[in-house]
Design a protein around this ligand. Structure first.
Ligand SMILES: [Zn+2]
Length: 456
C-alpha cells in the first residue's frame, strides 16, 4: 500500500553521515521480523496489519497533523516512552563503550556545509538556506560537520585517541511531500550518531567494536538483520574524487567484515559521498529492505576541516573519522520495531510493562499497592479495573502488554499474584515480591525473554 510513492531506489546512497534512511525495494526478501507470530509477509492483509503507520495510530504511539506538516510526526505518550527508553538504552551502551556525549545545534552556516562537502554533493536533499543578518543559515543535513568542529575546538594528543563523540541529535531532510508517511520518511530526523576520531591503526578495531555494539543492540531489540552490505561508490554518483582514499577505506572495511566472520555482499552505488560504509540491512513487513545501522570510514572530512592531533613525535598528524550509528534514525528504528513486533515490544521497551487486573472492586486496594511497588522499582504498570469489562475482555485488551497480573480474593489475602505472560502462558500464583524481582531483573538486562524458567 506504500508503493504509490516514488521508487525508493531513487535515494540509494544519499547518506550524508551515519545516515540510514535509504530504502531499497527488495521484492523477494523475506521478512524475518514477522517470525514471532508466524505471519507470512506475502499475504497482503497481514502486511497491512504490520504497517507501522496503522499500528502506530491504533496503539497511540505517534501521529501526524496537516497543520504541523507532512513528514513531521509527533509522538504520543506511549510512543514517547518507547522512544525515550530506546534512546536511553543507546546512551547507556555508548557510555559503557567509552563514548562521550555532546549536544550541537541543528543549524549551521552554509559555509560549514560547503567545507564538509554536503553543499556540493547533497544540497538537493537539504532545506533551502535562511537569510539572517547577511548570513545564510541551514538546517543541518547531518551531524558530522558539527562534530568535526567540536573536535577541532581543542587540541588533542595521540593519548586521547580514539576519541569517541556521540549525540542523539536532530537533522533535516527536504523530502517531497508525496513520499512522506509514518516514521520512515520524515523531514525532521533524530539521529543516533557518533564519530570516532582515531589513528589509522585504530580504525579496524573501532569499526569492529561498533559492529559488536550493533549486534548486541539487535539482540536486545529482537531485530534480525537481513544482511550486511559493503556499500561502495557506483558509476555517475556524486562522490568526492579521491581514489586512493576510497581504496584505503574500502580495504579497511573489507578486512573488518572478513575478520568478523559475518556474511556480506558488496553493493555499488550505495556509498556515502565521502566514503564507503558497512550497512546493516533490515526488511520491513512489506518486504522492503532498508539500512538501519552503519559504520563508515572517512578520510575526507578530517582533511576538509584540517583536523589534527599531536603524535608521540610532537608533530601534527591527521586523524581518521569513523562514522557509526547503532540504530540509525530513532524514527526509522521505532517504525521497524513496531512492524517487527506487531506492537508486542520486548518487555523493557513496552510502554506498559505490567497490567494489573483486579477481579473485583474488592481487590482494588491491592492493585493500587502493587502499582505503587512497580513505580518504585521503575516498572511501568497500569491498573485496568472491573469497570473496563470482564476479566477475559480486559486480558484481550491487554494482549500486547508483556505481563498481566491477575489479583483475586485468594491472591489478595496471600499477597500473591497470578501472572499471565503475553501470548497466553499462565504461571501459578506467586508472592508479589518474587514476581517483581524476577521481572525487574529481566527488564534490567534488556532481555527479550518474558520469563526465565530456571528461576520460576
Ligand atoms: Zn557522520
Amino acid at each position: 500500500m506504500r508503493h504509490e510513492a516514488r521508487c525508493y531506489d531513487d535515494d540509494a546512497g544519499e547518506c550524508p553521515g551515519a545516515l540510514t534512511d535509504v530504502l531499497v525495494r527488495s521484492p523477494g526478501a523475506s521478512a524475518p521480523g514477522l517470525r514471532h507470530c508466524g505471519h507470512s509477509p506475502d499475504v497482503r492483509e497481514e502486511t497491512a496489519m504490520h504497517d507501522h503507520r496503522k499500528l502506530g495510530r491504533e496503539l497511540g504511539l505517534f501521529d501526524t497533523d496537516p497543520l504541523i506538516g507532512a513528514g513531521l510526526p509527533y509522538w504520543l505518550p506511549d510512543g514517547a516512552t518507547v522512544r525515550h527508553t530506546l534512546e536511553e538504552y543507546i546512551r547507556a551502551a555508548e557510555r559503557r563503550a567509552g563514548y562521550r556525549h555532546v549536544y550541537s545545534p541543528v543549524l549551521g552556516k552554509r559555509e560549514l556545509y560547503e567545507i564538509s562537502g554536503h553543499w556540493a554533493h547533497y544540497s538537493d536533499d537539504m532545506f533551502p538556506p535562511m537569510e539572517l543578518g547577511g548570513e545564510q543559515v541551514v538546517l543541518r543535513p547531518s551531524l558530522c560537520p558539527h562534530h568535526a568542529v567540536i573536535y577541532r575546538s581543542r587540541s588533542h594528543s595521540y593519548r586521547e585517541l580514539p576519541l569517541r563523540m556521540a549525540e542523539l541529535g536532530g537533522m533535516y531532510r527536504s523530502e517531497l511531500s508525496g513520499v512522506l508517511g509514518g516514521l520512515t520518511r520524515v523531514r525532521a530526523i533524530q539521529l543516533n550518531d557518533a564519530h570516532i576520531f582515531c589513528t589509522l591503526d585504530q580504525v579496524a578495531e573501532e569499526a569492529q567494536a561498533a559492529l559488536k555494539m550493533i549486534r548486541r543492540a539487535y539482540e536486545a531489540l529482537g531485530i534480525t538483520p537481513t544482511r550486511y552490505r559493503l556499500s561502495l561508490p557506483g558509476p555517475g554518483g556524486k562522490y568526492v574524487a579521491e581514489p586512493e582514499k576510497w581504496q584505503r577505506s574500502t580495504t579497511l572495511l573489507t578486512d573488518v567484515l572478513d575478520r568478523s566472520g559475518l556474511p556480506y555482499e558488496a553493493a555499488e552505488g550505495e556509498a556515502a559521498f565521502y566514503g564507503p560504509k558497512i550497512d546493516v540491512q533490515v526488511t520491513d513487513g512489506a518486504g522492503r529492505e532498508s539500512t538501519l545501522s552503519t559504520v563508515q570510514v572517512d578520510f575526507h572530512q578530517p582533511e576538509q576541516f584540517d583536523l589534527h592531533y599531536i603524535g608521540a613525535d610532537g608533530a601534527k598528524h591527521r586523524p581518521v573519522m569513523v562514522h557509526r550509528s547503532i540504530i540509525g534514525s530513532v524514527e526509522r528504528a521505532v517504525a521497524h520495531l513496531i512492524e517487527q513486533h506487531g506492537g508486542a515490544f520486548p518487555a523493557w521497551l513496552a510502554p506498559t510493562q505490567l497490567v494489573i487486573l483486579p477481579i473485583s472492586d474488592t481487590e482494588l486496594p491491592n492493585a493500587a499497592a502493587l502499582a505503587q511497588r512497580c513505580t518504585r522499582l521503575g516498572l511501568r504498570a497500569e491498573i485496568v479495573g472491573p469497570e473496563r469489562g470482564s476479566l477475559g475482555a480486559r486480558i484481550r485488551e491487554a494482549r500486547l502488554v508483556p505481563y498481566q497480573a491477575v489479583i483475586g480474593a485468594k491472591e489478595a489475602a496471600d499477597d500473591h499474584v497470578a501472572l499471565r505472560l503475553r501470548g497466553g502462558r499462565r504461571l501459578d500464583p506467586q508472592p508479589v515480591s518474587d514476581v517483581l524481582t524476577h521481572i525487574s531483573a529481566l527488564i534490567g538486562a534488556n532481555s527479550t525473554d518474558l520469563w526465565a524458567d530456571a528461576t520460576s
